[in-house]
Design a protein. Structure first.
Length: 119
């Protein structure tokens, strides 16, 4: 298999230097502005946190349906750990250092809402 098909190029730069010419992309290799965990080329994780919170909100809806169908609290907590906490913690060491106070606040607010749901 040709490794160039799987290879991506990400050029990191400061957000204020958007106009800086970064040179031409390498032939046959796609230049991207974000990778997997959604650490953007400006070292921002806004998109990643917003995406995670969207997915986790949808999973809270699933938990509410399970609760309404009679799933016990003990089992709801297991499902919560498996579906939500694991998603929040996935690759946290790689993107957690880029969190701003605003993004941390969004995550905290989500967890407070999730806690109120369980009470």
């Amino acid at each position: 298999m040709n490794l160039r098909l799987k290879t991506k190029e990400l050029v990191f730069h400061r957000p204020c230097l958007r106009r800086y010419h970064m040179g031409s992309p390498i032939d046959g290799i796609e230049r991207v502005t974000q990778l997997g965990v959604m650490v953007q080329d400006t070292f921002s994780v806004n998109m990643h946190v917003n995406y995670i919170l969207l997915i986790c909100s949808q999973r809270i809806f699933l938990l509410k349906r399970l609760r309404d169908q009679g799933l016990r609290v003990k089992h709801l907590n297991i499902v919560f750990q498996a579906l939500i906490v694991s998603r929040l913690l996935y690759a946290l060491p790689s993107w957690g250092c880029f969190l701003t106070a605003e993004l941390s606040g969004k995550i905290d607010a989500f967890l407070r809402r999730a806690y109120r749901f369980s009470a």
